[in-house]
Each structure stands twice: as C-alpha cells, then as structure tokens.
Design a protein. Structure first.
Lengths: 564, 132
C-alpha cells in the first residue's frame, strides 16, 4: 500500500490520473486518513468517513482528527478504554516505525462496535513541521468475532472439563460471559418439576448487582423471568427478547417488588438458551445486556446456544455420576440388610441341626427335644425361602420386570389380620387398631405378595411415626373391589413429595435417618398393579399418612413372561 | 465331639448371652450349657443389665448388636462406663457383613458372624475366661 501511495505523487505529471485518485481511494474498503503534526485531518477516504460516522468526507477535512474521534468510544482489544496517545497515528509522529494496534470503535448510539487493525506510517515532509502520517483502518470485526467466540468456547470447555463440581464451572463461565459478551448472566438448573436452582450468576456493574440483589437472591422459580425458562423448556430452544419493555417485564414478574427489582437492572436485551443433555432440557443460560452494549449478533446467539449444549453435557454428566453413586450406596445398603436378614434364620438352622445331632449321638438321648428342633429347622427354612423369594421380587421389580404371580382364592381379611398380628408383636410404642366391614373378602390374589405389600405399608407406618401412636387398619369390600387403608399419626409427607414417593429410590425430604430397603413403595405399587389394583395416598405434614390398597376381586390379567 | 459330659479339665464359666431372636437365644444357651457353662440369657440390653445387677458376674458376654429396645451398642457403652463391668470381655455375635468393623468400634474382644459352628462359643469362652 505504501508503494501505491508513493507512486501517484511521482506520477503527478498525469492530470487524468490525479483526477481519478480520490475515486480510487474511495473505492478501497480500508479506511485511510492523512493527518499533519497539528492533528488536522488533511484527507480521509469514504471508508474512513463511514468509520468515524460521517456521511460526507468534506465535513471532516480540515477539522481536528481528535475532535472527530472524540465522538466515538475507542477500546482496546480487551474492551478497555483507549488513550489517543497510544494510537498508531501519534506513535508514527513520535518516530516509531510502522506502528499498529487493534482498536475497537463503538458508535455513539452503542448499536455497533467494530474492530480495526490500525496502522500508521510517517510521510516525511521537507521539514518536520510538514510531516504527515497516513493511517489505514482495516476492518477485522469478522475475524475478531470468530476469534473471540472460539477462544470463549475453548475456555468454557476447559473450565467444564477441569472441575468436578459443575456449579463451580458454570460460575466461572458466567464470569467469562460478563463483561465480554453481556452485562448479566445466570445459569439455572432444573432440579425437578417444581424446583429450579440458580447455580451461577455474574453481573458487570456493582450498581446493577445492588439493584438486582433482592431479585436474584430469591429462588429462581420466582425470580428473574421465570416465564423465559418455562418458554425455553417448552420450545426446547432459545428465547431472545431484543427489546425488553415494561410489558415484557410485567408479564414475567410476580409482584410489584419483583417488577421494581427487574426494572432496576435496566436490561435492554435478554437471551435464554437451553442447557441440553441427552436430548433433555436441564436448565438454561440467560444473558442480559444493558442499553450501552451493542446488541447480540446472530453469531453471538449461536455461540451462547453452543455454550448451553456444552454446559448441559457437563450438568448431565454430573447428575449421572451422582445418581450412579447413590445407586451404588443403595445397592450396598440393600446387600447389607438382605444378608443380615438371611443369616439369622440360617444361624438357627445350623444351630438346631448341631444341637439335634448332639442329642441323637450323645449319651443322653433326648429325642423329644430333637423332634422339636427339627420342626424349628423347618420353620427357619421356610422363613429363609420366603426371604429369598422377597429378595427375588425386589430385584426383579427394581429392574422394571414383572414377577411370577401365583393367584389363588385369598381372604384379604385373614391375610391382613395375620400381618397386623406379626407387626403388633414386634411393636413397642405402637398400637394397631384393625376393623373389617365383612368377615371374609375373598379375591383371586397372590397371598404371599399381598402379605409383602402389607408388610411394607405397616412397616412404613411404624417407621415414619417414631413417637409411636395408633396405627389404624381398615378393611372394606363390596362385590367388585376390596381395600385396606393403613393410617398412621406420624411425620406425614410434604405435598411436593407426594407424587414422587412411589418412584424407585425416591425418599421424601423428611425421610432421612429412617432406614429403607426392601420392597419399598415402588415395588409395592408394582405388585398391586400386577394384581389389577392400585395404591393411593393421602397425607398431611406432621399429622400422618393414609395408604390405601384397592384390589379388584377378580385379580389382575395373567402375567406374561417378563419382557420389559 | 462329646459335649454333654463335663470332664474335670473343663472349667465351668459364667456366660451371658444377649440375643433378641428367641430361636438363636435357645440355641446358644443350649450349646453353652452342653459345654458345661453356667449360662444366663437376655432378650435385650435392659434385660441384660437386670441379670448383671443382682450380683451374678459373667466372665464373657456374647452380644447381638441390632435389637429392639436397648441395643447392643448402648449396652456395651453402659458396661464400659461401669467399674464393675468395664473389663468383662464382649464377643459380638451378629449377621452384619461389616461385623469386624462394628466389633472394633465397640472394643469387642472377638466377633462371631452368624451362622457359625457352635463349638466357637466354647472356644471363645475358654480363651477369654482363662484367667478367671
């Protein structure tokens, strides 16, 4: 370029070429200016005028170049304000050979920001006062954007890769986005159908932080723009609000305080992109921009969406890990309880057998005792067999398979009385009150499985009323159905847990500290459903729960081989 | 193995069995009596304390840990905090798969995991009561 600048001056003899020169320079995409030592703009081509925000070159020529630039925000490559002193034009005048710098120029209305590679070159005059500097501005916005997005995504991936706690990773990513891309950023992770956890938040302006403080610290379901997260969940893609109006805010807020808080954040633009893991929306990343920031480009939106997918994969992996660790822990607990339960009757079998042998072969034969011990061995063996078959049921049901039911005419009243008697015998602080509308209610059910379900529900009633009390058992029936309702006066179940207590491995928030393995509510419900019935629950926190088993007298459909 | 005859070499020791399962209680007591020991039984920790309170002193306690009422952990704490019983050795008799760890935690002298050969009851008694 310097050659082409020097040559026309040398070709000054050709007036036709001189006449064409301004048009030639105006057709160049790069901006070019010529400034003298006084700082007066002696020449600017059309591209330079556009960059500075002037439509007409003639307006510019003869003015102070610094005045012309004053209207613009000049930032360095990292977004920090730039002093005119270190611009290549000044540096060229001070003797630095071919200075260059990357400069971001933000238009006065903040709607555009572009990056330029700026180069200065000194053209020596006959004396130093007549030196000129020719400055060129090459627009590298597109390159810079790609570079910035690439580096951002690389950093984000590295952060997600290096921490095992995704919360920490997301928090650091939020601080990458702020202030480089946005003024405000939050990551929300969906915990379950009713809870959302705000795992990370970053905002550029301490003033903004103060204004939004009350809003952000609330639980996210009732804080910043819950409707946006709902929308992201529903549409499974990002939601972009380019112009945040009072109307948008009013729709998204819950009350006046909330609205006031959001207004205080003064965000003009919002983008919420889904965190996606294995095809599911696990949460959202939301960025907000204040009116002083240039709007998000299509590429920015694509980058934040990509970030959402990366973060989603990290969140998903962390949740999977936690789930598998919990599953292993439950497996171990199950193994511990099962082996304990089986070893006790096994010890009785072995012990009675040893005692019996001694009394058969010893000097003092005591066949009467031996006979009794043999009966005890039989009893312990059948206890063991029933434990093994319960263990099989639990294993099959946990794996989502069916169990081989053995339906036969079964009296629900008799089975229930027998189970209640057993539990009453072991209970110390609980009293069982049992009532039945009919003397016998006979249906086509598997008596062992009904016994197991009742054991589970009666056991729960005892476990979850640690202070003791009355456990009411009500058996009713008509011509088509029979039911057993078991009510305790225990800790009850919170309403948000009610829909989930039948999920495998789910335990209510207040159930920690109460040992749990065995069939469980999930297995009980499956068994009852296999017999054509259902289990319902009513509960009040702190007052107690009622579980009702309803069984059709006809029993369930014959069970096919497990195919699930 | 002849166990129903007490020979002159077989010393008689006082043994306490604490076990909530009635069948196992009968079996352990029957076996230990067969070996010639003076056996008392209890179904939980509270009953065990009552057996001890009326002046009868065992030289070993066979103790189940998981019991309704006062469990084995609480009973072992009570024994350790009482000068009269502090030095009585405890043998944990349990079905838990981490019985070794549980026995170490309460400072037991030994452990027997159910099911086991009943002769082990006599062996532990002789080993732990040898200095009596």
């Amino acid at each position: 370029m310097t050659e082409s600048v020097r040559t026309p001056f040398g070709m000054g003899a050709d007036p036709e070429f001189t006449r064409l020169l301004p048009s030639i320079f105006d057709s160049i995409a790069d901006g070019m200016t010529v400034v003298d030592r006084e700082g007066v703009l002696r020449y600017a081509n059309a591209a330079a005028a556009r960059m500075i925000g002037h439509a007409d070159v003639s307006e510019l020529v003869g003015t102070s170049s610094e005045q012309a630039m004053d209207r613009l925000d000049l930032l360095d490559d990292d977004g920090r304000p730039l002093a005119a002193l270190i611009l290549p034009t000044r540096r060229a005048f001070s003797g630095e050979p071919d200075p260059e710098a990357t400069v971001r120029i933000r238009s006065p209305d903040a709607h555009t920001e572009r990056s330029y590679l700026v180069r200065g070159r000194l053209l020596e005059g006959p004396d130093p006062d007549r030196d000129l500097v020719i400055t060129s501005f090459q627009d590298i916005t597109a390159i810079k954007r790609v570079e910035r997005r690439l580096s951002f995504l690389l950093q984000a991936s590295a952060l997600l890769g290096e921490t095992t706690d995704y919360r920490d990773g997301l928090s650091r990513i939020a601080w990458l986005l702020v202030p480089a891309v946005a003024d405000w950023c939050a990551f929300d992770v969906i915990v379950d159908s009713e809870t959302v956890e705000r795992v990370a938040i970053a905002q550029s302006d301490p003033e903004l932080q103060r204004a939004s403080g009350g809003v952000d610290r609330r639980r996210p379901t009732d804080s910043t723009l819950p409707s946006m997260l709902d929308e992201v969940k529903r549409r499974r893609r990002s939601v972009h609000v380019r112009g945040v109006t009072d109307e948008v805010l009013a729709q998204a807020t819950l009350d006046a305080d909330h609205l006031e808080g959001l207004r205080g954040m003064n965000l003009r633009e919002l983008l919420s992109a889904p965190l996606v893991g294995r095809g599911h929306v696990l949460g959202a990343v939301t960025v907000g921009l204040s009116p002083s920031e240039p709007p998000l480009s299509a590429e920015d939106v694509a980058m934040i969406e990509d970030l959402g997918r990366r973060a989603g994969a990290a969140v998903d992996a962390a949740l999977l890990l936690a789930e598998s660790q919990e599953s292993l822990r439950l497996q171990e607990e199950f193994m511990a309880v099962t082996s304990h339960d089986m070893r006790t009757p096994l010890a009785a079998v072995r012990g009675y057998a040893q005692l019996a042998r001694r009394h058969v072969s010893g000097e003092k034969q005591d066949l009467e005792s031996v006979d009794r011990w043999l009966s005890d061995i039989e009893e312990s063996a059948s206890r063991l067999a029933s434990l093994v078959s319960e263990f099989m049921d639990v294993t099959l049901l946990r794996a989502g398979q069916t169990v081989p039911l053995q339906p036969q005419p079964t009296d629900l009243v008799a089975v229930t009385y027998e189970r209640v008697r057993e539990h009453q015998g072991a209970a110390e602080t609980h009293t069982f009150e049992i009532s039945n509308g009919r003397d016998a209610i006979v249906g086509n059910w598997d008596p062992a499985r009904i016994g197991r379900v009742l054991d589970n529900l009666l056991g729960n009633a005892v476990k979850f009323s640690p202070d003791g009390g009355t456990i009411e058992v009500k058996i009713t029936g008509d011509d088509t159905d029979a039911s057993v309702a078991i009510s305790d006066q225990g800790m009850g179940i919170a309403s948000q847990d009610l829909s989930r207590i039948f999920l495998p491995m789910y335990r209510g928030a207040n159930a920690s500290g109460v040992a749990g393995t065995g069939l469980g509510l999930a297995g009980s419900r499956r068994l009852v459903e296999l017999m054509g019935g259902r289990i319902s629950v009513k509960s009040r926190l702190g007052k107690g729960s009622t579980f009702t088993v309803i069984l059709p007298l006809a029993g369930g459909e014959p069970v096919q081989a497990a195919t699930e | 193995m002849e166990v129903s005859v007490v020979t002159s070499e077989d010393a008689t020791h006082q043994v306490l069995v604490v076990e909530d399962d009635p069948a196992l209680r009968e079996i352990f007591a029957g076996a230990l009596r067969g070996y010639g020991h003076d056996v008392r039984v209890a179904g939980d920790g509270a009953e065990a304390l009552r057996r001890l309170e009326n002046g009868w002193a065992p030289c070993v306690v066979f103790l189940d840990l998981r019991m309704p009422g006062m469990d084995g952990w609480e009973l072992s704490r009570r024994l350790r905090s009482d000068d009269r019983w502090r030095d009585v050795p405890v043998v944990v008799v349990a079905a838990h798969f981490r019985i070794d760890r549980e026995a170490a935690e309460i400072g037991a002298a030994a452990w027997l995991q159910k099911p086991f050969d009943l002769a082990r009851l006599d062996e532990e008694t002789k080993a732990l009561c040898a200095n009596d």
